[in-house]
Ligand binder design. Sequence first.
Ligand code: NAP
Length: 314
Amino acid sequence: MTAHAIGGEWLFGHTIGIGNWAWGDRYFWGDRARYSVADSRAAFETTLAAGITLIDTAEIYGPWRSERLLGQFIRDSERDSGSNKAIIATKFMPLPYRLGKDSLRRALKGSLHRLGVERVALYQMHLPAGPVAIETWMEAMVEAVQEGLTAAVGVSNYNVDQMRRAAEVLDRHALRLASNQVEYSLVQRNPEFDGVQAACAEMGVRLIAYSPLGKGLLTGKYTPENPPHGLRGRTLAGKLAAVQPLVGLLKEIGQAHGGKTPGQVALNWTIRKGALPIPGARNARQAAENAGAIGWQLAEDEIAALDEASARLR
Ligand SMILES: NC(=O)c1ccc[n+]([C@@H]2O[C@H](COP(=O)([O-])OP(=O)(O)OC[C@H]3O[C@@H](n4cnc5c(N)ncnc54)[C@H](OP(=O)(O)O)[C@@H]3O)[C@@H](O)[C@H]2O)c1
């Protein structure tokens, strides 16, 4: 990366964020009845009140509904407080019928409209899929930065080679690749083994950890007797029994830190691994609890013990 490459350094100033996939989703989480729009709004407000400002969303969540809800919450909080503290990261989905650079600009304009803002802080490629080359999408991203529609460019679910290809295009325009958002938690440690974590460190790219609570598995509230329902429940069913010893260790370590919860310990682990977790809080209580994952540190021997317990899941 050239020394003068700019864009995205600010992400290193964020220790934790929040993800809002579940706020608008109808299919994967399958539990609209359990959480209301008021709950999502309370999660948003509690997160900002705790000083956590990075909010991750995507056009595909809902679809569109998660962005719309976030836009509505931002407008309402702006009206009540006179300022907007939310720093928005959203994503472009390279759907198979999106065949050219213009489609990225159109999609971004759509996101900005739903969010009710003139620019986002971070625009991310959601997946490295579809018929269009990574290089073409990155050229479109460069134009979006030049037009002032996004401050920084990120990718998601990219492997090391794909990251390097994206960074190379941005670099030619004196822009840096700001982030790679990948699944990373005590139940999904691929970034440590596939080179992504090392490449992020080498390239100065922020590793954003999605599903850092293992979609709820690491909070300790789900067991084989009490599984999550809907599609998520079916996806996680095979892991519920195996994860219990790890949850036991998270509880034990949390006790040694003055009663931290398993989820707080799991989030602190991702932070200590150099990543920026974006847990999906559903209501005020969860948002407040997740905010308590920062401001303290797991010890090296605790991290080693968690690594060992999680390795038994592989
Ligand atoms: N780039 C990508 O491809 C991609 C893919 C997946 C996710 N993401 C991003 O990452 C974000 C987070 O990931 P995620 O939502 O999949 O999984 P997650 O953060 O690992 O888990 C979220 C679930 O954990 C539970 N939870 C959260 N905080 C809790 C607390 N304090 N106490 C108890 N339970 C708590 C909730 O379960 P209940 O619903 O049961 O209460 C919630 O639905 C998403 O919102 C999205 O922004 C990105």
